[in-house]
Structure formats: C-alpha cells, structure tokens
Design a protein around this ligand. Structure first.
Ligand code: AMP
Length: 215
C-alpha cells in the first residue's frame, strides 16, 4: 500500500521541518513540492523555467506543472511506502486531483495534519529561515541553527535566504495561503481526514506531536 499523509499549514508553520524529522525517524519519505521546484529552477528544466517567475513573486505555480510532478513521483514510488506531502495540495482543485492521481497509482490519502500556529510566530519563523541550496535542508537562525553559522550540517554548502523569504514576498505568500490554501482544510475536514497539531512549540516538540498523530 502507498500511503500519503498531507501536511497542511501556513508558510512558516514548520511543515518541512516536522516532515523531515519524522520521516527520518519512521522511514517515511518526505516530499516537498517547493524543494522539487527549487531544484528544477536551479537545474533549468522545462518545469523549472515555467515555475520560476511564479515562485519569485510568492504566487502558486500552475496546477498542471504540479500534476505532472506528482504523477511521475507516485508512479516511481515502490510499494509499500508512506509519503509525507509537504506543500501539496495547495488549493481545492489540487486536493481533488490528488485523490484521482493517488487512486490511479494504488495510493490513498490516509490523513491530513494541520500545523496550527499564530501569525506572529509565522512572521518570526519566516524572517529567520535559511536553506541549503545544495541538499534542501532547512534551518532557522534562532530556533534551528546549523552547528557552524551559515554552513549546512548535512553537506557543508553555504546557506542562503530563499528569494521568496523577503518581507514583501512573505506577505504575498501569506495572502495566497489564506485565499487559496486555507480552503483545503475544509476539503479534508469533510472527508473526515483532518487532524490538528499544535505547532507553536519548538521544532522537537512539534515533531513529537506529529509523530504521535501519524502513528
Ligand atoms: P514551499 O517551499 O512549500 O513554501 O514552496 C515554495 C513555492 O513553490 C511556493 O510559494 C509556490 O510558488 C511553489 N509551490 C510549491 N508547492 C506548490 C503547489 N502545490 N502548487 C503551486 N505552487 C507550489
């Protein structure tokens, strides 16, 4: 069985950090569509060329680009597997399409975890966020610093601030979340699959709550 757990929550809620930590502990696979798209942009693939301007503006990349990525990923995933989806679906059409794509490849969406956090905490987290351009690992200057300042623990590359973590783009991404992505919560609530997780604590506390919710 291929089992998909969807991680929901605003940008900065800690989806990527929690999904990566719990995936490492449980053997699940962390699938970040944002990281896949950043990689495609860096490599200059057709999907990357199409996605670049939307990402830099803090908007959503066209659904069709994501559908191709997700269909390929599901087809290439051996059975059995548990996949933590971080960043997909991001609107109601994507949520409905995910059920379709999953069914076509023998997978099911078992639950959706909503990482709940206040707006003040989101802004604080997004402002201090750093990312490794080489391996995609995420850090925070205060909450999750690397061992050596500015250097990735995992691969030694110099950390960067994402182009879409600049203040004006952060505001745009939060707006997009409210208008396009928040309705996805209702989609999973209606399906009886929604679980809320308090994401206001430290990275470790949130990971522990997420691990409990998925086990
Ligand atoms: P993230 O790393 O999840 O914050 O994603 C970074 C950016 O990638 C987003 O602001 C979007 O521009 C794009 N992106 C990631 N996932 C999706 C998606 N499911 N649908 C549309 N755009 C996406």
């Amino acid at each position: 069985m291929k089992n998909i757990v969807v991680f929901l929550g605003a940008p900065g809620a800690g989806k990527g950090t929690a999904a990566a930590a719990v995936a490492a502990r449980t053997g699940a696979r962390h699938v970040s569509t944002g990281a896949m798209l950043r990689d495609a942009v860096a490599r200059g693939t057709p999907a990357g060329l199409e996605a670049k301007s939307y990402m830099e503006a803090g908007g959503l990349v066209p659904d069709e680009v994501l559908y191709r990525m997700i269909a390929e990923l599901l087809a290439a995933t051996p059975d059995p597997a548990t996949l933590f989806f971080d960043g997909f679906p991001r609107n109601e059409a994507q949520a409905a399409k995910l059920d379709e794509l999953a069914a076509a490849s023998g997978a099911t969406v078992s639950s959706a975890l909503l990482l709940d956090v206040s707006r003040e905490a989101l802004l604080e987290r997004l402002g201090g966020r750093r990312v490794c351009p080489k391996c995609g690992a995420g850090y925070h200057v205060k909450a999750l610093p690397p061992k050596v300042e500015g250097v990735c623990d995992a691969c030694g590359a110099a950390l960067v601030t994402r182009v879409d973590d600049q203040p004006a783009t952060i505001a745009r991404r939060l707006e997009v979340y409210e208008s396009a992505t928040a309705p996805v919560i209702g989609f999973y609530e209606k399906a009886g699959k929604l679980r809320r997780v308090d994401a206001s604590g430290t990275a470790e506390e949130v990971a522990a709550l997420v691990e409990k919710a998925v086990s």
